[in-house]
Design a protein around this ligand. Structure first.
Ligand code: NAD
Length: 449
């Protein structure tokens, strides 16, 4: 984009006829004062007197000339395999900020009569990370968001916004104004995910966009709290299913990551008398928890030691891709249930189902994350819809339905069919997500549509 002097690049994939279309544009001047967004200018203003645009064939030529043909082919393959709609890239050259908006299905959101037709979090990655790895992360997370929204009965498609930039301070109006402007273009509502601080969300919400939820000063507060409540309920249900009791006071639970979700979840579990083995790459989070609870209730293990911890339950609440065929051999637990997105190291549904089967064969109960780490999007949605009137009480029952009752029925149904819960929940949700495509009818709306 830098070589072609582009600010915007869009890659669309039409699944019906497997067609690809690309658009490249120069839409704003490099010296745009993003800190004045929503004061001096709005998303629909003209931001340059030097606009230019190029289409698919010129962009294909550009990719070829730059020796990036294989790179483009790889991206196209990823879009096709994941059944994604495409990627929109917004590039702020002067600050070296790349926003890559990964779009999955829109069937549930396209007619929801809202500015946001998709929902999914926003993650920041370091500039030192490889761009393709960041994109793969975004595409995987976008796919999971389609399913998560469907599970939560929300009328939105799935997406994820991945940002590659240097760390951004909460008072950096230039960077956050740019992100606020882009957010309007994306037609999503979002909330902070890893690498994107709740303080950044606060500034964006105060000055630039009501489409960012889950800041520390937001009406709902950070989404980690509701997500932790949902995970707590799901863990108790899994416990009852495996051990015939929801009482966890005799259980040892290994928690990986004590961030927004993990820390709150740990406190729920500790209050119920569970013993925890915890880890975090940021040791201060561990010390913080240990300072508040009895030493024999919170034991620390180094990050690499968490998989082999002598625990009944393993709760991944940090990075994704932690469960591999090799790790399964190390696990001593009988249940895996935690908030981390994309816990299985896989880039396709088939690979996930395969790993889920391996876990079941090893005697470990596992349910794919998007089926139960759903309360975060419910909290974000509540704030998006009700803004200042949003509250945890308004969604508590919904969280209980999705993360407790529906998880319970899924486990029962899986047992009676001999399928893994992951395979079964994929089948159930795809009936909804792809219904509009396969039958040519409008997609069903959730009760909130
Ligand atoms: P967070 O950034 O607040 O916390 C993550 C924690 O994990 C941090 O304390 C970090 O130091 C630690 N960590 C990072 N790498 C680690 C490693 N290798 N080993 C041990 N600890 C490590 O993020 P969060 O909001 O708590 O989210 C945690 C996970 O849950 C993420 O995968 C996120 O995508 C997912 N999730 C979050 C929500 C939500 O509402 N916040 C909703 C759904 C899913």
């Amino acid at each position: 984009m830098e070589k072609e002097n582009l600010t915007t690049l869009e890659i669309f994939h039409n699944q019906k006829d497997d067609a690809f279309l690309m658009k490249g544009m120069k839409e704003w001047n490099e010296d745009a004062n993003w800190g004045r967004y929503m004061v001096d200018f709005s998303p629909e203003d003209i931001l340059t007197d030097n606009y230019s645009a190029i289409g698919t064939s010129a962009l294909l030529d550009a990719f070829r000339t730059l020796g990036l043909n294989d790179y483009l082919e790889r991206i196209k393959k990823l879009l096709k395999e994941g059944r994604h709609h495409g990627i929109e890239i917004y590039y702020n050259r002067s600050r070296n900020i790349r926003v890559m908006y990964c779009k999955h299905m829109n069937t549930l959101g396209i007619q929801n009569r809202s500015q946001a037709i998709r929902s999914g979090g926003i993650r920041r990655h370091e500039l030192s990370e490889s761009e393709i790895d960041v994109l793969i992360d975004g595409l995987n997370l976008a796919r999971a968001m389609t399913y998560k929204n469907a599970i939560a009965n929300l009328p939105y498609g799935g997406c994820k916004t991945v940002v590659q930039s240097d760390p951004v301070n909460a008072d950096d109006l230039d960077a956050l104004g740019f992100l606020g402007y882009v957010l309007f273009r994306l037609r999503t509502f979002t909330g902070p995910d890893m690498g994107f601080t709740v303080e950044m969300a606060d500034t964006m919400r105060e000055k630039f966009s009501k489409a960012i939820t889950g800041g520390s000063k937001s009406p709902m507060g950070p989404t980690g709290g509701p997500t932790a409540y949902g995970e707590y309920l799901a863990i108790k249900e899994a416990c009852d299913f495996v051990y015939s009791s929801r009482d966890i006071s005799d259980k040892t639970i290994a928690v990986q990551g004590l961030g927004e979700v993990g820390y709150t979840l740990a406190e729920y579990l500790l209050k119920d008398g569970a013993r925890l083995i915890v880890t975090d790459t940021d040791i201060s989070r561990v010390r913080n928890l240990q300072s508040k609870w009895a030493a024999d209730q919170v034991q620390y293990v180094a990050p690499e030691g968490i998989y082999a911890a002598d625990a009944d339950i393993f709760s991944p609440c940090a990075i994704g891709g932690v469960i591999t065929a090799e790790i399964i051999g190390q696990l001593k637990c009988r249940i895996i249930m935690g908030s981390a997105n994309n816990q299985l190291k896989a880039t396709s549904k088939e690979a996930e189902i395969d790993l889920a089967r391996k876990l079941a064969d090893a005697g470990i109960l596992f349910v794919i994350d998007w089926a139960h780490n759903t309360a975060g999007v419910l909290a974000g949605w509540a704030e998006w819809i009700w803004q200042e009137k949003a509250s945890f009480d308004k969604i508590k029952q919904k969280i209980e339905l999705v993360c407790r009752d529906n998880i319970r029925s899924l486990l029962e149904q899986a047992k009676s069919t001999g399928k893994t819960p992951t395979e079964l929940v994929y089948e159930n949700v795809e009936e909804v997500v792809y219904a509009g495509l396969e039958f040519g009818e409008a997609a069903p709306f959730g009760e909130n549509g």
